[in-house]
Structure formats: structure tokens, C-alpha cells
Ligand binder design. Structure first.
Ligand SMILES: Nc1ncnc2c1ncn2[C@@H]1O[C@H](COP(=O)(O)OP(=O)(O)OP(=O)(O)O)[C@@H](O)[C@H]1O
Ligand SMILES: [Mg+2]
Length: 366
């Protein structure tokens, strides 16, 4: 007897993927059907190799076909399984204890400056620190650490290709800027950018890390979503200038962390460009944008004010020259970052004692 495609499909329509509650034909999971006399075979296609239903569904197919056609059909051993995506390998992140995401509502408020200097100041406490430049569209970490020309090595470890982070100021760092011309990164979109960020996270040879500081792109978007879906972020830090603190953008960025499906605790806020201090008059503070705004904002929202960073020309020069001000802990600015680092360490400790570890977010897109 020669079976027809229709006969086989009719039977397979009775087999459902229990989690998706649809039959495997409608789901397009049955492919490469071959019929040679009573010898029938096909491939079952699964989205990911973590699909626990793969074997049960294969068995269900055999059962359904044998129930219908009895020993007229030869199907055992003829159903192949194919997976479209390999499950992510998280082993490279295993030694990373705390992941701190540095975010902001608007661009240009000093996220990267705060992230880089915080990472340097944390490393100065003796902690093992990593800095991930997640700003795929405009990476600035390589320049701020004066390691623009570096090209990380790729090594093979237990069958996994790992990227060796660049070490500078006692911290390990990776940025897309090491791999592409920053001007080219600007035009990256969607899958390419999210793929790149996943690779930096999951294929970084990080080793043991106490704090991984992540410098995010401004606002909210695909990169943010990818990160919270890829690794368990312990907490977020919001950077804002005094005049932008109360604006809707900050609220929006905060609510991203607080979403019920994401639920990343906010460790606190950092007020950048809080006041102006001329280098020659280090004790003078000029509040160009008003005083106390951030403190009030933090209090009203039940958040910790982790740090206040003045505007000092040295910060900008440091960024330009690739010598972060925090590398000199005794300078006016260096001192502020020493304080910030101590507060962040405290905030992480508090968070870890009060809350369970962050769960990785799984968001299914329609
Ligand atoms: N406290 C400060 N004092 C003086 N200059 C500062 C200070 N903070 C940041 N800057 C300068 O402001 C500019 C923007 O800072 P930075 O790149 O850190 O912002 P960002 O929020 O990361 O920007 P983007 O949204 O583009 O990533 C830089 O030139 C930086 O040197
Ligand atoms: Mg930046």
C-alpha cells in the first residue's frame, strides 16, 4: 500500500504540542515528509533544543500512526528531530555574582561616564569588576579607557569560543567598539544588535566577577530587553542630571525595570552634573540647575541617592584622554566616585539580603 500525504497529515493533525495547544501540522513542525511504499518518515522541527516536548511528541506521532494504520506502516525510527535554535550556553556567566545596569531616561546625561568611573572605583576597592559596554549603537567605553585599538583574542574552552575581555585599570571590559568601527555600529538594527550584545555577555571569558557594570544605551529598547532576557540583572542605577530628574523620560526608564515581568530592583539614583566646581576653587559649589532636586526626587520615590557628581572640566578631559577621574581616588572627582562605589556596594548588599536573586525574564513575542 502507498500512503498519501493527506492520509499521514490527517493523522498527525491529532497530535498536539501541549504547551502551544495546537496540532503539529498547524504549527508547521512536520517537514521533509517521505513516503516510499509503506515506509514513512519525516522531520519534527522544534524552536529550541530545550523543548522538553520533543521526545513525547515523537512518541505520540508513532502511536497515532500505528493506531490508524497498524502494521501496514513502517514509522519507528523514521522520525527525525530538528532544532532551529541551540539553547544559550550560560557557563561563561556562571562566575558573575552581581550585574548592575546603568540606565538613564535621556541620552548624554553621563551614563557612560558614571558607569566607567564606578567600575574603576569598584575595582579600586579590591573587588573583581567587569564593565560591559552595552551601547551597541554608540560604544564609548573603549575611548574612555584609552583602549580603542584593542582587539580581544578568541580562545576555545571546552568546545566553546570565548572572547577574552581587555583589562585596564584593574577591570575586564568588552565593547562592540573592539570589533567594528563605531560609525558602522550606528546603523545596526534589531537582530544584529541584540545578537551582538548576547554574544558579548554569554561568550565573554569573564571568570570570577563580583560586580559587572553594564553601560546601557539611553532610554528603553531592544538592547535593554535582550539583556534582561539573557542574564539576571541584580539591580539598576538611574543616572540623571538635576533638571531632567523629574521628567517623564526618567519615569519611563524606571518603569521598564519595575514592570511585573521584569522586576529588577532599582538600587538608586545618581545625580550627575549636580553642581559646578571650578578646579581652582574646589570648595565652591555652584548649583546651576537648582539644589536638592535629586534628593527630593529620591525621597519622594523611596529611592537611595547613591551619588552626586559635580560638573568638573576634568571629567570631560578624562573621558577624552581615556584616563577616568576615578583612577585618581584623591582628586576632587575621584573622591565622589569612591563614595559612589561604597554606596553601590552597600545597596547591592542590602538588595541581596532583602530580595531573592533576579529571575531571568522570559518574554514571548507574538
Ligand atoms: N560630571 C561631569 N562633568 C563634566 N562633564 C561631564 C560630566 N558627566 C559627563 N560629562 C561629559 O558629558 C558628555 C556626555 O557624557 P556621557 O557620554 O557619559 O553620557 P551618556 O549618557 O553615556 O551619553 P549617551 O546617551 O550618548 O550614551 C561627555 O562628553 C562627558 O565627558
Ligand atoms: Mg553612553
Amino acid at each position: 500500500m502507498e500512503f498519501t500525504t493527506k492520509q499521514i497529515f490527517t493523522v498527525l493533525r491529532t497530535v498536539k504540542h501541549p504547551q502551544q495547544n495546537k496540532d503539529i501540522i498547524s504549527l508547521g513542525m512536520v517537514q521533509e515528509l517521505t513516503i516510499e511504499g509503506n515506509n514513512v518518515g519525516f522531520t519534527l522541527v522544534f524552536q529550541s533544543d530545550a523543548d522538553k516536548m520533543a521526545e513525547p511528541i515523537r512518541k505520540a506521532c508513532v502511536q497515532a500512526l500505528e493506531k490508524e494504520f497498524g502494521d501496514q506502516i513502517v514509522i519507528r525510527g523514521n522520525i527525525k528531530l530538528k532544532y532551529l535554535k541551540k539553547e544559550d550556553d550560560y557557563s561563561a556567566m556562571k562566575g558573575v555574582k552581581n550585574i548592575i545596569a546603568v540606565a538613564s531616561g535621556k541620552g548624554g546625561v553621563g551614563k557612560s561616564t558614571v558607569a566607567v568611573n564606578l567600575a574603576v572605583a569598584l575595582a579600586n576597592t579590591g573587588a573583581k569588576v567587569a564593565l560591559l559596554d552595552a551601547d551597541i549603537y554608540g560604544p564609548s567605553v573603549p575611548k574612555m579607557l584609552n583602549i580603542e585599538g584593542e582587539r580581544p583574542q578568541v580562545v576555545n574552552e571546552n568546545g566553546q569560543e570565548l572572547i577574552v575581555p581587555i583589562e585596564k585599570y584593574g577591570l575586564k571590559t568588552l565593547s562592540i567598539g573592539f570589533f567594528v568601527n563605531p560609525d558602522d555600529a550606528l546603523i545596526w538594527r534589531g537582530a544584529m544588535a541584540t545578537g551582538a550584545i548576547k554574544q558579548l555577555l554569554l561568550q565573554g571569558k569573564w571568570g570570577e566577577i563580583d560586580y559587572m557594570v553594564v553601560d546601557l544605551p539611553p532610554g528603553t529598547g531592544d538592547i535593554h530587553l535582550t539583556i534582561v532576557q539573557t542574564v539576571p540583572v541584580s539591580g539598576g542605577i538611574m543616572v540623571s542630571t538635576p533638571q531632567e530628574m523629574a521628567l517623564a523620560d526618567v519615569k519611563k526608564a524606571m518603569s521598564m525595570f519595575k514592570q511585573p515581568t521584569i522586576k529588577i530592583p532599582i538600587l538608586g539614583v545618581v545625580e550627575n552634573m549636580a553642581w559646578f566646581t571650578p578646579e581652582e576653587l574646589p570648595d565652591n559649589k555652584y548649583y546651576l540647575f537648582g539644589e536638592g532636586g535629586a534628593k527630593k526626587y529620591a525621597e519622594e520615590n523611596g529611592l537611595a541617592l547613591l551619588g552626586q557628581i559635580p560638573i568638573v572640566k576634568g571629567v570631560m578631559d578624562g573621558g577624552e584622554k581615556g584616563v577616568p577621574v576615578a583612577a585618581n581616588p584623591d582628586s576632587i572627582m575621584g573622591k565622589e566616585f569612591v563614595k559612589l562605589a561604597a554606596n553601590v556596594i552597600e545597596a547591592v548588599k542590602k538588595r541581596n539580603s532583602e530580595l531573592p536573586p533576579t529571575q531571568m525574564v522570559s518574554i514571548t513575542r507574538k
